[in-house]
Design a protein around this ligand. Sequence first.
Ligand code: PMP
Length: 326
Amino acid sequence: MTTHTEPLDSVMDTVGETPLVRVAASPDAVPVYAKLESFNPGASVKDRIGKYMLEGMIEEGTLPPDGTVVEPTAGNTGIGLAVAAGQLGLDAVFVVPERFSVEKQQLMRALGADVINTPTDEGMGGAIDRAHELAEELDGAAVPQQFANPLNAEAHYETTAPEIYEALDGEVGALVAGMGTGGTLMGLAEYALERNPDTRIVAVQPEGSTYGDLFGEDPEEGEYKTEGIGTHDTETNRLVDPELIDDLLTVPDEDTHAEMQRLAAEEGQLVASSAAANSLAARQVARDVRDGEVDAPHDSVVTVFCDSSERYLSKGVYRSFEEWEG
Ligand code: PMP
């Protein structure tokens, strides 16, 4: 992790180099390790792409150095982009579907960004359309569009993946991650498959998400409470290449909720729902590798704990399942 043993110039220097910690409930023979992304300055995995995409876009010339970032986001990307935008001297406007957590929207505003809500029933698609309309109206504005921007996956290829491989001396058997945009899993997968084409790559989604459409399944669409992963329209998930994925695991909200509470009570991990879904899926993959059900080049599984539960306390994540508001 970031050592903090020397003074740093900027909070931007604290993005990445997060700890990799064993999930205690994983099999001894095939341990699961989780990358604790709440250690980033904006407290989620999305700080990585906030920094990487904005620096990359300024360098490419697609965003003027004093321009405005407009992004449709479920929240964490807004926070990651707002941290970076503030430090790079850019303005930021975020378009967030109403149902997403109020804590995240307060943090984006605190970081100096404007937040615009779109109706929940228009989903991410509605937020994406509104962001593009706004960018047309504003001078010097650009939409990073995390759902389609290759810099999103590249951030993980260039930072998250090498950190994991260094920590485990390259001995990574399987990578398991929930797909929101799919940027995390795609960046990790590309890096892993270049090193060992047999590395097992497993995607995770909540029940009700329709990523199965990309795998010739006929998924039943439904609402889910798990926040930050899953899709209702794979047309928006431009980064996801199903060819890189060996398996798609679907986790019901009830199981995710129980795992979120178990991780806190037993492992001291105050992580949110997408991390809990990842934990369950990764533990399953580890058991399958141990039992010889699936092949992996090494006896280890790596996943990502994307953000902290503190960001969702107002939604009752630690109350009963029925009281948890998605
Ligand atoms: N978990 C949380 C809490 C998130 O905000 C996100 C991003 N939407 C993810 C997981 C998924 O990451 P990715 O977009 O890289 O697939």
